[in-house]
Design a protein around this ligand. Structure first.
Ligand code: PMP
Length: 443
């Protein structure tokens, strides 16, 4: 079938100009501004299954999926109905509602190392609280994070890469004090020797390590075999805790997140202490969670001395959206998701190879991304990922968008399929790919 072309973007451009007069950069989260791809950000007005529609009436096959939450596709009728029913009973009370415990139970059922759950509103809050808890429980100040891993925008976690071994990180953002940044050690990913050195030098001051279960915010880059295990063993040997960040991978890379794909290969007792969730767990509404060992989680207020609170925490609409999504995300849904990811990854790779575009496909369960460039060996670190040919992504992105496929507007993001990406949606993508691959080749 011939690839379609989308039409006018006049109204999106008008809204972008209007928003830019009242909202910094016209956006409420930076990547939406299309900074790295240029062009007119599409203003979306509707979504259904694998499709989204912009304000000019153009329809796109969506590969952003709300940056992950839309596991079942947009506006799944049963999720919408459940949220409508909850909304009719009240939008929120700031009191406990019955469904909160049900959602906590569902999380614990899927990820057994989670013995207690606290619901919050964003992934940023979940990781921020997990870190406060790690510091509170150990009485130690330092946190290790890995270069290229993203954990939200709290001060201490924006720290960027220091190359080589443990370095005192640069703040990563204006407005973060040097004192705060110095509490975070940034290490190269997939490098157990660097971790060992950091623990040898600072071990009794390290509260914990925070790591994405599989890195997916520099493009997808899973941990190498043995890395997760080694990281957990090194931390525990020094009395430090491990926070596994599954905000992006949780209930998406697999039914029990990326940890669920790894756990079977690890001996009992090798497990993270705390896990953070977001995105899918809220089904598209603002909800995130942290969970973990009971003795740690019970150090949170009101039982313990580590304070955390939220006016909107456990909001009944968000809890209902998350609970309904997880209940509908059965084996069949994950099979559809996995099939769509397999087909798409293969088709993309074939199209790029056919057009002579050097690239690598990175996978982590049902997550994948395309890394443009000629890599002799598979990328392992952020330094490797930063060498990708961003200019080819830009050309590829625009050709796809013009052809009616909405990709993440950055080379450093995962591609998000949904369980609603059926053959028709995949065929629409396949029809555009030759043109987009040719554009990437010419770039
Ligand atoms: N951790 C990870 C792994 C993420 O991918 C993100 C968001 N992309 C966050 C934390 C922060 O979540 P939020 O944007 O909901 O604050």
């Amino acid at each position: 079938s011939a690839a379609a072309s989308t039409g006018s973007t006049v109204r999106s451009a008008e809204y972008a100009a209007r928003a830019a007069r009242v909202i910094p950069g016209g956006v409420n989260s930076p990547v939406r501004a299309y900074g790295s791809v240029g062009g007119t950000p599409r203003f979306l007005v509707a979504g259904s299954g694998p499709y989204v529609t912009d304000v000019d009436g153009n329809e796109y096959v969506d590969l952003v999926a709300s940056w992950g939450p839309a596991l079942l596709g947009h506006a799944h009728p049963e999720v919408v109905a459940a949220v409508q029913e909850a909304a009719a009973r009240g939008l929120g009370f700031g009191a406990s509602v019955p469904e909160e415990a049900e959602l906590a139970e569902e999380i614990m059922r899927r990820v057994p190392l989670v013995e207690r759950v606290r619901l919050v509103s964003t992934g940023t809050e979940a990781t921020m609280t997990a870190i406060r808890l790690a510091r509170g429980a150990t009485g130690r100040p330092l946190i290790i994070k890995f270069a290229g891993h993203y954990h939200g925008h709290s001060d201490g976690l924006l720290a960027e890469a220091g190359s080589g071994l443990a370095t005192l990180a640069l703040p990563g953002s204006a407005g973060v004090t040097a004192e705060t940044a110095a509490q975070t050690l940034v290490l190269p990913y997939n490098d157990l020797a660097a971790l060992e050195t950091a623990f040898a030098e600072h071990g009794d001051r390290i509260a914990g390590i925070i790591a994405e279960a599989a890195a997916a915010n520099m493009g997808v880059l899973p941990p190498e075999p043995g890395f997760t295990r080694g990281m957990i063993e090194l931390a525990h040997r020094s009395g430090a805790l491990v926070i596994l960040d599954e905000v992006l991978t949780g209930f998406r890379a697999g039914p029990a997140g990326y940890w669920g794909l790894q756990a079977a290969e690890l001996p009992d007792g090798i497990a993270p202490d705390l896990v953070t969730f977001g995105k899918v767990v809220g089904g598209g509404l603002p909800l995130a969670a942290l969970g973990g060992r009971k003795d740690l989680m019970e150090q949170l207020a009101p039982l313990g001395p580590v304070y955390q609170a939220g006016t909107l925490s456990g909001n009944p609409l968000a809890v209902t959206a998350g609970l309904t999504t997880l209940r509908l995300a059965d084996d069949a849904a994950y099979a559809r998701l996995g099939h769509a990811a397999d087909v798409l990854a293969l088709t993309v790779s074939e199209s790029l190879s056919h057009a002579g575009v050097a690239h690598r496909l990175a996978r982590a369960g049902t997550l994948f991304s395309v890394v443009f460039g000629d890599f002799a060996t598979a990328p392992r670190t952020y330094e490797d990922m930063k060498r990708q040919e961003v200019f080819r992504h830009r050309a590829f992105f625009h050709a796809m968008l013009d052809g009616g496929v909405n990709l993440p507007p950055s080379a450093f993001e995962a591609w998000f399929v949904t369980a609603a990406h059926d053959d028709a949606a995949l065929e629409r993508i396949a029809a555009v790919l030759p043109r987009a691959a040719a554009a990437a080749a010419r770039a």
